[in-house]
Design a binder for this molecule. Structure first.
Ligand code: CTP
Length: 397
């Protein structure tokens, strides 16, 4: 429940993407938020207040003159207890209104009348030419200068049949951005490099050796670092996970490719977090062609050679970033974890309690540093990732 207890005013302006606002409402509520919907007249051409009321479980507000608020101060009252104001979809016309401080309907007035402490996030949705129009771009630049957060837009197929920038971000992406807006910016201005996922070591063009790492923990840490304001580069082994919003991703397959990618990216980074489950060995006699069964039933014999230790090689660099390692042990975690931290010469090592964590959405961690160890009890990987990022930030400071 990443938004437990948060009160969000969700404003809809006119656009086909109003249908996505319905899904966004459900996603916000699933994450624990209380959602108060406000709609413009134009939005009502695309979706009815009845739908939004049913989904949000709250009466929908549409008019400045709504008599349901006794003092006739809907434009003031609706944001007084809000934690954030989100406009999704935000039309070109609504961006224009925001850029000029217009107050000619309830939603625009709410934006102008909101307390300075209530963040305003907008998700533009419009045709590609409308988005690229210099007037729109001028207005977008202006609202950014005013501290309004502009989420997206994305590129792709549009309702009008054209293709290009201007699509509203998907509800799940918007949800992630809204959650991110509430995270403390403890890594603002920092550059973070991570590895995540398994590696794959080929045996021949169609076979290989890999491990059970899902990449979930590493992706969660990448997302948490991004939410905390860092510039994040994620070197990922083979995994189908979606890239966290705002994170730069480099896909690799083998440990050697991961090593090369990390070394090419490490310059200027403040933090390196090695979450990947890197294969210790690769097949030395990998075949360029597919191995065939023989009539005699011979089995191939594989020879192994050691892969580079990515974490240890980064930690040994003359201008090494702050290095964080992970360890998955099947026994003796407290002893092996501290030994591993010293062997790899890293200031912080994170032990996964039990290797059954692979693929799960939950985890339980032990942090090892020079002062000893500390237990982070079982929780969602994303929640643990945020705690870990806070621990790293505290140590950097
Ligand atoms: N690691 C790495 N490169 C390797 C092996 C491991 O960067 N070739 C990193 C992992 O990403 C992790 C840490 O080192 O952060 C520990 O990984 P782990 O597999 O637990 O340790 P190993 O060094 O492989 O030791 P062992 O297999 O003996 O436990």
């Amino acid at each position: 429940m990443d938004l437990a207890g948060k009160r969000i005013v969700l404003g809809l302006s006119g656009g086909v993407a109003c249908y996505k606002a319905a899904e966004l409402t459900r996603a916000l509520i699933r994450s624990g938020a209380r959602v108060q919907v406000v709609m413009t007249d134009a939005a009502e051409h695309f979706i009815t207040p009845v739908t939004m009321q049913a989904l949000s479980g709250q009466p929908v507000y549409r008019s400045q003159w709504d008599a349901r608020i006794d003092n006739n101060m809907a434009h003031i009252d609706l944001t007084r207890d809000a934690d954030a104001l989100v406009i999704a979809p935000c039309s070109a016309d609504f961006i224009f209104k925001l850029a000029h401080g217009a107050c000619d309907d309830l939603l625009s007035t709410l934006c102008v009348a909101r307390p300075a402490s209530v963040p305003l996030l907008v998700a533009p949705a419009m045709n590609v030419e409308m988005w690229l129009n210099p007037a729109t771009q001028r207005n977008v630049a202006r609202i950014r200068e005013d501290g309004i957060r502009v989420l997206g837009p994305g590129a792709g197929e549009q309702a009008c049949g054209e293709t290009g920038m201007g699509r509203m971000l998907e509800p799940e992406q918007l949800l992630a951005e809204i959650i991110a807006a509430f995270q403390p910016k403890v890594l603002a201005g920092k550059r973070v490099l991570l590895t995540a996922g398994p590696t794959f070591e080929p045996i021949d063009p169609v076979r290989g050796i890999t491990n059970l790492s899902s990449g979930k923990m590493g992706f969660a840490v990448a997302r948490a670092a991004r939410e905390a304001g860092a510039e994040v580069t994620l070197v990922a082994g083979p995994t189908a996970l979606a890239t966290p919003s705002g994170v730069r991703r480099i896909d690799v397959r083998s440990a050697r490719e991961m090593h090369e990618a990390v070394l090419s990216q490490v310059d200027g980074k403040d933090v390196f977090i090695a979450v990947a489950a890197v294969a210790d060995w690769r097949v030395a006699n990998a075949s360029a062609q597919k191995l065939k069964k023989t009539a005699a039933g011979d089995v191939p014999s594989l020879q192994f050679e050691q892969n580079p230790d990515i974490l240890a090689s980064v930690a040994a660099l003359p201008a090494a970033p702050y290095c964080v390692g992970f360890a998955a042990e099947s026994e003796n975690l407290l002893q092996y974890g501290e030994e591993k931290r010293r062997r790899k010469k890293v200031p912080l090592l994170v032990g996964n309690i039990g290797h059954a964590t692979f693929g799960s959405d939950e985890n339980e961690l032990v942090l090892f540093d020079q002062d000893g160890h500390r237990h982070l009890p079982r929780a969602a990987k994303q929640a643990l990732a945020r705690l870990l990022v806070a621990e790293i930030a505290a140590r950097l400071a």
